[in-house]
Design a protein around this ligand. Sequence first.
Ligand code: HEM
Ligand SMILES: *[C@@H]1O[C@H](CO)[C@@H](O)[C@H](O)[C@H]1NC(C)=O
Length: 537
Amino acid sequence: MGNVLSLFQLLRSVAGILILYGVFKFAEIYYNQWTSPIRDLPGPKSPSWLWGNIWEISSDPPTIQEKWVEQYGLTIKYKGFFGMTRLFTTDPKAIGHILMNSQEYQKPEHLRYVWDQIVGSGLLVVEGEKRKQQRRVMNPAFGAAQIRELTEIFIDKSAELRDAWTREIAKQGEYGEVEVLGWLGDATLNIIGVAGFNHHFDNLGETPKPDDFYEAFLLVLEANKGLVLGFLRSMFPLFRLLPNTRRAEVRKAQATMARVGNQLLREIKARGVDPEQAAKKRRDVLSLLVQANMSKEIPESQRMSDEDVLAQLPTFIIAGHETTSIATTWALYALCRDQEIQKKLREELISVPTENPTMDDLNALPYLDSVIRETLRLFPPQVSALRIATRDDVLPLSKPFTDRRGRVQEGLSIRKGQILTIPILNLNRAKWIWGKDAVEFRPGRWASVPEAALAIPGTWGNMMSFLGGPRACVGYRFALVVMKALLFTLIRSFEFKLAVPVEDVAKDEMIMQRPVLKSDPKRGSQMPLLVKPVSQS
Ligand code: HEM
Ligand SMILES: *[C@@H]1O[C@H](CO)[C@@H](O)[C@H](O)[C@H]1NC(C)=O
């Protein structure tokens, strides 16, 4: 009896502490709100004290936000849950400032915590000096010369995918229905495995094999997914003290990934010592990282530990596999919607005399390049990014604004702790940059890039899809050549049509822009297409 009572008392005091902590947190947040310099920004009225503008936005974020921008200007505020003020800017100068000063504008801790639980301290997670150090070692491994060497792998894997689809279609008749998103996901996973760390995920053959590394990876991902507690843990660090029921399982899975990773690392290092082995060129990113780590140009203190290098393997998978397959899927979708564009692209690709083009062959195809640019502009897999200001600052603006009190402001004061959304999709399709047809898929527009687009602070292609500044996507060259290799092989071999009415296709725009079907939401993201071998004449 006494035990039960003291347990009860313990629970009561724990609950008491949690409530106090909650009250304190909310008081802190609201105090910051009421005194924040962004509260005088213009912006839409909030229809609800509870939902703020979230409800309106959730139906079609980019369109609603674009309406606000037209009405109130490039830099506005709106309301989130419980009346919390959110800052929204599509001013390229402000965004450039945030991205270029990546040491001051970091990823919010709650995001880094979530990624850390899943992949450990790889590039997606680390900040400060450690990040600089990791990027210094990794940038060269993703350079153009290195990707040129990997192109053969990309083409081989694209051909495996083509053969798999040929088998699928042969079972069905003239046109076969293929769920292309899932298949492309398998293909890009396979590509990242081999090109990233010389690991073969055998998932495209006639009898796909289960893979220890990938199963462990999926388990960790799954165990960290959308649970209420997971959310609370990420937002309120006190909850991280509560025991995690799946911890043992997750530990075991992480140990499996570490075992496979260490084995790969040992093999690479063993070859480094054996000159005969080392002469046989190894080109995967992991081998390059080990080499770069030994290079005399990198001082001993700047080298990466084995643990840090191994954390990059699941990082590559998380950052590179689904992003690339989603983008390629949207490319096929866009080509289905405009058969003329599909035909024109096929003509260009068929004119290439070889099935095994090099990176330079692929990059010399202008229409393929325009189709990829237009796809990444309109369908950036990641639609926005988040940053937090680590000190008070003034954001420079390309257009001054008039605040609610009628004062003209040249810059925007923000406070330490301010969360900022980088609107990738909004800038990619802003009408004031791209013109009236900004939301239309028109590869031809790349023949002459509008003057205003030159101001966009993106790393690649006058767009934000790979972000910009020192923290931009390290794998963008890799991703572009993979997409080109896949489209080259697939569009030469097949004709594509949508398998469902176009109105049925929707975008799930939470963080990743995945395709879903309105008629079949349960199945999650998917893109069924009708696929037919190109008729040989
Ligand atoms: C179409 C495909 C891809 C797109 C659209 C894309 C986009 C992005 C974006 C927007 C970021 C910044 C994220 C943020 O800070 O919020 C990023 C970061 C990153 N990406 Fe990619 N990515 C793609 C493919 C890849 C590939 C293939 C790899 C590697 C094999 C890769 C590796 C990374 C890594 C490691 C980071 C973190 C960089 C850092 O924080 O320093 N990505 N990517
Ligand atoms: C990088 O170099 C350091 C110092 O020489 C070494 O301890 C470490 O194992 C190396 N890491 C990798 C992944 O090669």
